[in-house]
Design a protein around this ligand. Structure first.
Ligand SMILES: Nc1ncnc2c1ncn2[C@@H]1O[C@H](COP(=O)(O)OP(=O)(O)OP(=O)(O)O)[C@@H](O)[C@H]1O
Length: 261
């Protein structure tokens, strides 16, 4: 059960957001509200602007106009100090994993703590092992290098690093891409566990219909510059909007629906 009360500060509030690359309008007066404590998934066709939206939310890119607030903080004209403080309140797991190949897994997971916490090295290593355990990895994995891990272990290790600073909000970019069905299912369970244990808000970009049915509380369908459909998968499955229908009625959508009640 997630705490979707009106009193809760929204995790993300986006209002009238417009993004352009030259003449190409990617987002056109887009509005979106993500509640704290919910698992929210952003879906949409290739090029619909999901990654760009994520980059704007995590301060890697600026929109042309409109407002984005994350954990109650307005990103427009944010000072360097406020941006640094805000970045420590969220964790990001990039699609590629983003782990440094020259560092051990323990060093990778401890990196945000080394950069931001001022804690002593032995304590950082201890916290890193704890984060690895949270994501289901053995302490022995900490001494290994990214090239030695399977795809599923890499995803877990990058999730452990995203959790290093005890974030309030977690961004997951294609967390199950490239995984076999069993490993993907384990990641689904892990995402749910993290939300249930820590009340994290979790924003996922994904094309994985199984993940959407199993894990997402709400899904936003991005198309033509706006969120065209918003609701649970069960609600969206009945929505009569061309972009939403395209998403559900393709062969992969039908296959995923037939596997879930
Ligand atoms: N730096 C950039 N310069 C110019 N155009 C860009 C840039 N970044 C993204 N775009 C364009 O913006 C649009 C949205 O791209 P974006 O990567 O956000 O889509 P997406 O929904 O994440 O797609 P995918 O599912 O394929 O990853 C695309 O048409 C892309 O070509």
């Amino acid at each position: 059960m997630n705490a979707l009360t009106p009193e809760t500060t929204p995790a993300i509030e986006i209002s009238q957001l417009t993004t352009r690359f030259g003449k190409h309008v990617v987002h056109a007066d887009l509005d979106l509200l993500v509640h704290q404590g919910e698992i929210f998934a952003l879906v949409g066709g290739s090029g619909s602007g999901k990654s760009t939206l994520l980059r704007e939310i995590i301060l890697l890119q600026q929109p042309a106009s409109g407002s984005i607030k994350v954990l109650g903080v307005d990103l427009e004209n944010i000072s360097d100090t406020a941006a640094l403080a805000l970045r420590q309140r969220w964790g990001v797991m990039f699609q590629s994993g983003g782990l440094f190949g020259s560092l051990t897994i323990r060093e990778n997971v401890g990196l945000p703590l080394r950069e931001h916490s001022g804690l002593a090295d032995p304590l950082i290593d201890e916290i890193a092992d704890w984060k690895l355990a949270m994501t289901g990895l053995e302490p022995s994995v900490g001494a290994q290098y990214p090239s030695e891990l399977s795809g599923g272990m890499m995803k877990r290790a990058s999730l452990a690093r995203a959790l290093a600073l005890d974030p309030e909000l977690l961004f997951l970019d294609e967390p199950t891409s490239g995984l076999d069905p069993e490993s993907a299912e384990e990641i689904d369970q892990l995402i749910k566990k993290l939300r249930d244990l820590f009340g994290l808000g979790i924003v996922i970009i994904t094309h994985d219909l199984d993940l959407l049915w199993q894990v997402a509380d709400r899904v936003g369908v991005l198309a033509d510059g706006k969120v065209q459909g918003l609701g649970s998968m069960a609600e969206l499955a009945h929505l009569d909007h061309p972009a939403v229908r395209k998403f559900f009625d393709g062969p992969r959508g039908r296959a995923a629906q037939s596997g879930v009640k």
